[in-house]
Design a protein around this ligand. Sequence first.
Ligand code: WQD
Length: 343
Amino acid sequence: MRNQKILLTGATGYIASHTWLALLESGFDVVGVDNFANSSPEVLNRLQRLSGQAPVFEKADVGDAAALDAVFAAHKPAAVVHFAAFKAVGESTTMPLAYYRNNIGGLINTCETMRRHGCSRMVFSSSATVYGAPAPTDLPLREDAALSAVNPYGATKLMGETILRDLGAAEPDWQTACLRYFNPVGAHESGLIGEDPRGIPNNLMPYVAQVAVGRRAELQVFGDDYDTPDGTGVRDYIHVMDLAEGHVAALRFLLNGRESITANLGTGRGYSVLDLVRAYSAASGRPIPYRIAPRRTGDAAACWADASLANEKLGWSARHDLVRMCEDSWRWQSMNPQGFEKS
Ligand code: WQD
């Protein structure tokens, strides 16, 4: 039987590129679509080196109906994993229209194109940001916890889940899996692909990685007066390869059944900023200079997942610990000090 073909939007991005590899290793065929708005074409060369096959790729914007239609006509995917979206919380507050146009418009266009081509299974890249700023009594977060959008980026993820829920209610042949990522970090063990944010990293681990490799002088720790064991923010960091396997499990769930699902992808464990700094310094053998800075607006003290639903329904759980997350991140960063573009 021909391998089932999966279409990835946002395919050369951080999480998508790792998922691409995991899908190939699981026996799926993959076609990737990206417009390189926030990723590098170099990722395709790395995927070829890692997979031993030329990636099947189409350059297209998910907002371009004609281009996407041509891709679906050519490749006839059995399902879609929709990663394509802008994802910087701070940036989203300065350019909300661009976020709504790209993240919501792109999702709607992708769904309409899928429907025209008889494809009705989607894994949607959602985020723990849909939980807003949880109170300590809400932890660990379950999928039935209160939802709230506290920034335009989070609003696009919450609206995306709502759109898919309503689509499934209106057209029962639709099956969707909304995956709420907690804090994705790390890199493929080869060090050939990894997280390569443009400009100043918003997120903790890529910033720490750039301090370790000497691109940045010191880390600012955004507050050490939270109600947490060491006063710094606590998060549920999850290895990107565990996240990738979660997408493979969700696709199998959709392709082998008739149900939809919304599930947390986290480890169920929280680590503080200083836990991560210590672990990264140990993994890299480099000092990570830091200073305590004021809290960042909108940050929650702590956030970690109850990931039992994904375990029960998808047969998935995270396997990599913080040491492995730091070791794999460091291998990527030290092999690619300037990321993909200038490697
Ligand atoms: C983690 C901790 C910071 C940077 C965000 C998005 C979320 C998702 C993951 C897309 C916090 C502290 C950080 C720094 C620091 N992205 N920190 N200095 O905010 O939990 O989640 O990324 O889906 O939507 O909101 O992750 O890595 O930015 O912060 O002290 O330079 O590190 O205060 O406690 P966050 P983060």
